[in-house]
Design a protein around this ligand. Structure first.
Ligand code: SF4
Ligand code: SF4
Length: 166
């Protein structure tokens, strides 16, 4: 008997394998057993996931006292490897002297690297917990300053994480 004939003999199905019934019963038994175990899946979006402070979701601008913290230094824009950030500075009578008259992030370009957050001297841009990003067009993926501003109270987990580990 040569090797090919041996393989054919080995792979030949038995009578019980040919009628499938034992395998179907085995499959149903397995399903029944799993039905009473703890569920490993999440019923999203009804059951939402709350990320930890270490999570890097979409970058946002920190809003403090009704204004952005950003001083429009442009460092985040320079460091961004995806060229996703555009900042235009203007003067302000406030103590910080400069503010971003225009601040945009193209979310289709962003790769969530967190470099912008790392380089910012003012803790003015941070990675949020927001992971639900859906855009109907390329234009709507370019987020302006108003869309990027998030009150500081909602970013405490991330700011705490940065103070500990940055
Ligand atoms: S997270 Fe990275 S890619 Fe996204 S805006 Fe910041 S620096 Fe650019
Ligand atoms: S977010 Fe930070 S790094 Fe970017 S322009 Fe404003 S102050 Fe500078």
């Amino acid at each position: 008997m040569n090797i090919n004939t041996e393989n054919i003999e080995k792979n030949r199905m038995t009578f019980w394998e040919k009628i499938y019934l034992p395998e179907i019963a085995r499959g149903l038994g397995l399903t029944l057993k799993r039905m009473f175990r703890q569920k490993m899946t999440r019923q999203y979006p009804e059951e939402r996931w709350e990320p930890l402070g270490s999570y890097r979701g979409r970058p946002v601008l920190v809003e403090e006292g009704g204004k952005e913290r950003c001083v429009a230094c442009g460092l985040c824009s320079r460091v961004c490897p995806a060229l996703a950030i555009e900042v235009q500075a203007a003067e302000t009578p406030d103590d910080k002297e400069r503010f971003p008259a225009k601040f945009e992030i193209n979310m289709l370009r962003c790769i969530y690297c967190g470099f912008c957050e790392e380089v910012c001297p003012e803790e003015a841009i941070v990675m949020s917990k927001d992971y639900e990003l859906v855009f109907a067009s390329q234009e709507s993926a370019i987020m302006n300053k108003e869309q990027l501003l998030v009150p500081i109270a909602q970013l405490q987990d991330r700011l705490e994480f940065l103070r500990r580990y940055k």
